[in-house]
Write a protein that binds this ligand. Sequence first.
Ligand code: ATP
Ligand code: MG
Ligand code: MG
Ligand code: MG
Length: 476
Amino acid sequence: MRTPEVRTRFLDYFAERGHTVVPSAPLPTPDPTLLFVNAGMVPFKPYLTGTAEPPWPRATSVQKCIRTLDIEEVGKTTRHGSFFQMNGNFSFGDYFKEEAIAHAWELSTKSIADGGYGLDPDRIWVTVHHSDGDARGLWRRIAGLPDERIVARGDEDNFWSMGVPGPCGPCSELYYDRGPALGREGGPEVDEDRYMEFWNLVFMQYERGEGPGKSGYPILGELPRRNIDTGMGLERMATLLQGVDNLYEIDETRPILDRAAELAGVRYGADHQADVRLRVVADHVRTALMLLTDGTAPGNEGRGYVLRRILRRAVRSMRQLGYEGLALPELLPVARDCMASSYPEVAEAYVRSAERADAEEDAFRSTLRQGTTVLDTAVATVKGEGGRSLPGAQAFLLHDTYGFPIDLTLEMAAEQGIEVDREGFTALMTAQRERARADARARKGAAPLDTAALRAVLDEHGPTDWRAWETLTTDS
Ligand code: ATP
Ligand code: MG
Ligand code: MG
Ligand code: MG
């Protein structure tokens, strides 16, 4: 089943059951706690927390999502995209656990001829929160699942909350056993690649308040109005229904992967490291296209930096695969052809998207041209002296003179088995900033058109030592 059909089947199923179909929100979100939408519920937060009155009692959507936390996983696991689509059904004080479980089970196992996904019921496993006897009972009764395939888990995996006062509650996840070729037997506790999570049901039934207690917010009691929030990974369901081994081989990314292999002259499946790189390229090119479509431009901070890093990783992976030519003009059109049928905005915005991507690749190529030899020489020197760590001064030089952000230096050094003296680097950055500040103070008021104040701002706030990559909270 093609991915666009997996998508429409979901929306049709829930629309027929009284859910209003709500279009995806754009990826950049006004939510102050996030850079990008990272789950289907994000646009519905005000209705779920009760700060706004929901216009409908039930809704369904296919939401575009970005999870920066998953970027490092891409290509290594079989199931994490940096961009993915989350199909969801939502109840705002309307139906609760029983109906949510019944819907998820029915749609997953109903035959393809009857509008379902036709999964084999004997291969589905579920998890429940250990305190949630209701959910366990419902899975037994509605799905006839034996106890061995209803796995109890604790707060870490199966209790949802926002980390602030407000609604919270247990969740229940559905997993599919993809068979012994993909990993070890024993259920999701043993192997989450073989037993792939494809749907998560959140039962918002309690309320947390202010005050002492676990994570600072004790559970006050039952919510007056209980909600359902579910998320089914569109690409994961497509992976199951297309019979491919991983997310990057489905119809919405495989053509990008194939074109990348063709350009690089490598055969997918022949070498593990090359395969990972091809999957990174396929994932990242599509992610970049979706970000560009929604108006993000490459830059040095925030959203723009996430996009810049994704584009640069795609370009660099192609070079590591042995392709020296311009990559994005070859790959971006393939991604467009994969996505335009579900997202007309992809084609509408394409000219601007391609211009921005191509300009970024040009700039990155000249950065690499200038800095790579410097880095390689420095690494060779360190190795020649039997050292294991690149001096902070070298990382600083690469940053200051050659425009290498520290994470690029870290990444490229790591590829050659070398660490970087980050402390030394940070100390030099701080010293530079202080010098600039002192300089600005000394010159203050010296000339009628003194730009020192502006310069001080620039020196204080840039070049940015961007940490969000490590610290962003993006899991829902
Ligand atoms: P996992 O444990 O596999 O990382 P998760 O528990 O973090 O997944 P949820 O937050 O429960 O994922 O999101 C709901 C659904 O969205 C998941 O059941 C899965 O189908 C899908 N999903 C989550 N993260 C990704 C991703 N990075 N790429 C593709 N699909 C994803
Ligand atoms: Mg999970
Ligand atoms: Mg989950
Ligand atoms: Mg996850």
